[in-house]
Design a protein around this ligand. Structure first.
Ligand code: HAM
Length: 439
């Protein structure tokens, strides 16, 4: 790319030796959990026939502005990227749905056999207030369905896929909070009534809430504010303003969930923070089992139907529905509740070498064990026996292999039981079978 002379070097006042607030390193010890989340996502996607798609992390800013003009996630929480020419502003993706819709249109997927079912997994960016379950670089697993007609079956299937993911990660007591927000048409009258209801109570609203009332009164319904929580008990409900198709659609989604035996809670105040939804909206919420778990009372995932987004992006009317699971939150719950989701790690033998000849032959010995699928750990950079034994002990190894000068010369190795100290010398050729009997 051509160098732009006008571009100033970014100032570096903050400590560049520290990760950015709200963003984290995932250290080796945590990787098995992240790998488990990814393999579970793949299993769910494969089982329900979602094809994987990877979209760029950076997109045109307008993609998000068009899909969610009012949402906080776009107006307040987005990260911007200036292009080098300074002419365009791009955005770090705050969510996956708009990028997938863009890709659906860009690659002519409308001519693919429908439904087109796509899944994705990766990092997203939101300038949120960092705390447990709230990060500025977050990770989602998402599932989207584009179909030829509006079919409640697909709402149920994306809910099922999300719910199964959470269940396969061994999280219990999570329930599906579900609502319908009908079509934009039935919403118009409802919004007018809601506005009138809150206007009567204006004196009790904060400045921010008053702004919300003017811009998007629906969003007042999912405010966590105690005042609003009390007020909304008496607020008009969308259920009284649904047209017959919307009612029928919602009833049918609920029937599917009942047939599947999925636990759901009707929540007529659930509206979600994104602007593109119609009909079904839902969230997976963990029900804390005790007070100490109250901090985990967040949504582990959410989604809904978005029948107008493809059209809004210039395509033909295409019904669509989807879900995204917050991986960071799922893993936070697993860690906090100490849920055992990982299989017991395969025991590794610890190879200890003494002397130059043994060191030289060590890598070949490891290859011999690799062929036999026996995992090996080592500290070949250390020379002393005591130092290597200490590392083996710290690693919790139950079996060590001692490969000294004499053993290397005689093509043997000592198998040592780290707990009892019992030792046995075996020929290298019989090492794999001797170890398999022990492990
Ligand atoms: P969303 O509700 O904005 O929906 O995000 C989905 C999930 O991402 C949330 O339920 C939560 O678990 C997780 N999440 C959101 N913000 C954060 C954060 N700051 N830190 C950690 N986790 C977070 C969407 O993104 C829609 N695209 C879902 C969808 C797909 N709708 C239709 N298709």
């Amino acid at each position: 790319m051509e160098k732009n002379k006008k571009t100033k070097k970014p100032s570096n006042k903050k400590d560049s030796n520290q990760s950015i607030r709200g963003m984290r390193d995932i250290l080796p010890k945590e990787q098995p959990l992240w790998e488990k989340a990814y393999s579970t996502y793949k299993e769910v996607a494969n089982y329900y026939n979602f094809q994987p798609i990877t979209t760029p992390i950076v997109e045109q800013l307008s993609l998000y502005e068009r899909s969610n003009p009012e949402a906080d996630l776009v107006s307040k929480e987005m990260y911007y990227v200036k292009t080098r020419s300074g002419k365009d502003t791009l955005a770090l993706r705050p969510e996956g749905t708009p990028g997938v819709v863009r890709a659906y249109l860009e690659h002519g997927m409308k001519s693919w056999p429908h439904p087109v079912k796509l899944s994705y997994y990766g990092p997203f960016f939101r300038h949120d207030k960092p705390q447990l379950g709230r990060y500025r670089q977050l990770h989602q697993a998402g599932f989207e369905v584009f179909s030829s007609k509006i079919d409640p079956l697909y709402d149920a299937q994306v809910i099922l896929a999300g719910f199964r993911f959470i269940e396969m990660m061994k999280i219990k007591n999570c329930s599906i909070h579900i609502n319908t927000i009908g079509t934009p048409r039935c919403r118009t009258t409802y919004i007018q009534k809601l506005k009138a209801f809150f206007k009567e109570k204006q004196k009790l609203l904060t400045v921010e809430q008053k702004k919300r009332l003017e811009k998007n009164p629906l969003r007042l319904l999912d405010s966590k504010d105690k005042n609003i929580q009390e007020m909304k008990e008496e607020a008009p409900t969308i259920l009284d303003h649904l047209d017959s198709d919307s009612k029928k659609h919602f009833m049918s989604v609920l029937e599917y969930l009942e047939d599947l035996g999925l636990p759901y809670t009707l929540d007529h105040t659930l509206v979600r923070g994104l602007d593109y939804y119609t009909h079904t909206v839902f969230e997976f919420i963990l029900d804390p089992e005790n007070e100490a778990e109250d901090e985990l009372n967040f949504s582990l995932g959410g989604g809904g139907r978005y029948d107008y987004l493809v059209e809004q992006f210039g395509g033909k009317p295409t019904p669509a529905t989807g879900v995204a699971i917050g991986i960071d939150r799922v893993l936070d719950v697993i860690k906090k509740k100490e849920i055992q989701v990982l299989p017991k790690a395969k025991e590794k033998v610890f190879l200890i070498h003494i002397g130059d000849l043994a060191k030289r032959k060590s890598l070949a010995l490891i290859e011999q064990l690799r062929d036999a699928k026996i995992p090996v750990q080592e500290a070949l950079g250390k020379a002393s026996l005591a130092a290597q034994l200490k590392i083996a002990d710290k690693a919790g190894s139950k079996t060590a292999l001692i490969f000294g000068q004499k053993e290397a010369y005689e093509e043997t190795v000592i198998i040592r039981d780290m707990k009892t100290g019992a030792q046995e010398t075996v020929p290298l050729a019989k090492l794999a079978s001797a170890l398999k009997k022990r492990l």
